[in-house]
Design a protein around this ligand. Structure first.
Ligand code: XMP
Length: 527
């Protein structure tokens, strides 16, 4: 049983980062909505509780509050931003509506008489005060400390920037320790979870394998499991983990929709079937997918067709496996948090994201989600520990509908073949070009990179002849969360080289362009 930190989410954009940072310090933590009930919190038995930031103002009527049990349980509590304000308000302090928003970099003066910040400092100012470089984001501010609290840090515009009650071990920070802009953020969170809560740092992927294997065996017994393998990181790691746990009781179904990257099907089969000895059924359904997509140009319609056809093919294969009782999926923790938040915060879909392996309800199978508790970086670490090739595990993400949303308008086999070839040249060049400054390849320096097929023809010359052929666009972005992204400033030589190779080697393409749009307003994919 791991020591656990409970994070109550008040709706901040960066709540997930709190959990990730804490897990990076090898302490297990989970995020739950701020209004979970008392029984849940008692049963969760946290070693400490963190109240996240959020978009509301505690001065508004009916704004969210932490359940009283948080302050009665006798464990350390850390309020961050809104979390600090609601803590102040609930414990008898005062919060005032701010008229200016302070957002971004700030230098705060730390007052070192509390256990929380002791020894944590970025520099000393001319008066020898301990100073911290932090990331602030607030409108309202605490103006009166609750009884029992001391001032812990201050800025000219936010005199109560942090507060502490060392006796009850309650702490409040107006800044965000979870974002990397707060230089000592990690030290602060570690001070809280390891020092003040005394949580054991025992969350480690190497050990997690044994735990997970045992849990899967207990859950599944001697029944059979099927899993839709897409070649993506999540389903691949789920397959490797399940195989480790239950061996031949696992059958993977790999549906090739004909819209995969170059050699992807071969790689999946060689990694799983040949090297790991996993039972994989390879279904080449490309003809059926392409037939269904013929004449369809609308991006959402294409996604829906691909999604529906996937479920149909997967269903048909699964029905042949009469003794399967479980359907395994590569759901990861951010999926769990995001779907819990849906509806509540009114998150609206910009694109309907078809995830390969969407649950076919007709199968009547029990659901098995062995990665449900893990963040993406943990999933990757686990994958490598399970023996998957690092190049597969650290691959850029690839959308479920595959090249279907990278061929603009109607999808045709001819277009998919041209695009696959062009894309492979781009990716190979990114992998082989090392940036001198960082020593990393441009593949590793970008978060996602790919080619897009434009079904328009333009004129060119080649040798003595005039050509009239298609255009390919290259897209490469840098992002942490894929919600916003910058276009990557790839070296011109690299772009020139890719363009030359594509035009010379891919018959049917005579022009290559580079996409320099950020997200927003553009999206990462073109459809
Ligand atoms: P956008 O284009 O919305 O992409 O900026 C953000 C991230 O989501 C991926 N993406 C998809 N993934 N099914 C998926 O599984 C989809 O339909 C889909 N559309 C976009 C995209 O590749 C990027 O990583």
């Amino acid at each position: 049983m791991h020591d656990k930190i409970l994070i109550l989410d008040f709706g901040s954009q960066v709540t997930q980062l709190i959990a990730r940072r804490i897990r990076e310090s090898h302490v297990y933590s989970e995020i739950h909505p701020y209004d979970v009930d008392e029984t849940f919190i008692r049963e969760f038995a946290p070693k400490g509780i963190i109240l996240s930031g959020g978009p509301n103002s505690v001065t508004e009527a009916k704004s969210p509050r932490a359940p009283q049990i948080v302050f009665d349980l006798g464990v350390p509590v850390l309020g961050i931003c809104y979390g600090m304000q609601t803590m102040a308000d609930q414990l008898g302090g005062k919060v005032e509506l701010g008229n200016v928003r302070e957002f971004g970099y700030a230098e705060v003066q730390a007052l070192n008489h509390t256990g929380f910040l002791e020894g944590i400092e970025d520099f000393k100012n001319e008066k020898s005060d301990s100073m911290l470089k932090v990331w602030m984001s607030h409108g309202d501010k605490v103006v009166d400390l609750p009884a029992g609290f001391k001032l812990m840090a201050s800025t000219p515009s936010c005199p109560i920037a942090a507060m502490a009650d060392d006796d009850r071990r309650f702490y409040g920070l107006q800044w965000h320790p979870e974002v990397t802009h707060t230089v000592q953020g990690r030290a602060m969170l570690e001070r809280f979870v390891l020092g003040l809560c005394g949580a054991k740092a025992d969350w480690e992927m190497g050990h997690y394998i044994d735990e997970a294997v045992e849990k899967i065996r207990e859950q599944v017994g001697n029944e059979h499991v099927i899993l839709g393998l897409s070649g993506g990181v999540d389903s691949s790691v789920a397959a490797a983990l399940l195989h480790r746990a239950i061996g031949d009781q696992l059958t993977c179904v790999f549906v090739d929709h004909g819209l995969l990257r170059q050699d992807e099907a071969k790689q999946v089969m060689s990694t799983f079937a040949d090297h790991l000895g996993v039972k994989v059924i390879h279904v080449d359904a490309s003809e059926a997918f392409l037939q269904k997509l013929a004449g369809v140009t609308d991006p959402e319609a294409k996604r829906k067709i691909i999604g529906a056809e996937f479920v149909e093919v997967f269903d048909a294969e699964s029905n042949k496996l009469a003794d399967a009782k479980w359907l395994a999926q590569g759901t990861i923790y951010p999926d769990v948090i995001e779907s819990a938040g849906k509806g509540k915060k009114g998150a609206h879909t910009i694109k309907s994201h078809h995830n390969v392996g969407g649950l076919p309800e007709t199968l009547n199978l029990k659901l098995l989600e062995p990665l449900r508790e893990l963040f993406k970086d943990e999933v990757r670490e686990l994958g490598v520990k399970l023996g998957l090739p690092p190049a597969m595990v650290y691959r850029h993400p690839f959308p479920g509908p595959g090249l279907g949303v990278r061929i603009l308008g109607e999808v045709k086999r001819e277009y998919a073949d041209l695009l696959r070839h062009a894309d492979a040249i781009f990716i190979e060049t990114l992998r082989n070009t090392i940036d001198k400054e960082t020593g990393k390849s441009w593949y590793d320096l970008t978060s996602q990179a790919f080619a897009v097929f434009l079904p328009v023809k333009s004129v060119g010359v080649m040798g003595d002849g005039r050509t009239y052929e298609y255009v390919v666009a290259l897209r490469a972005v840098q992002t942490l969360d894929f919600m916003t992204a910058h276009w990557a400033h790839l070296p011109h030589d690299l772009l020139g080289h890719v363009s030359n190779r594509i035009i010379n080697e891919v018959r049917g393409i005579n022009r290559v362009v580079y996409d320099i749009s950020g997200k927003p307003p553009a999206t990462i994919e073109w459809e």
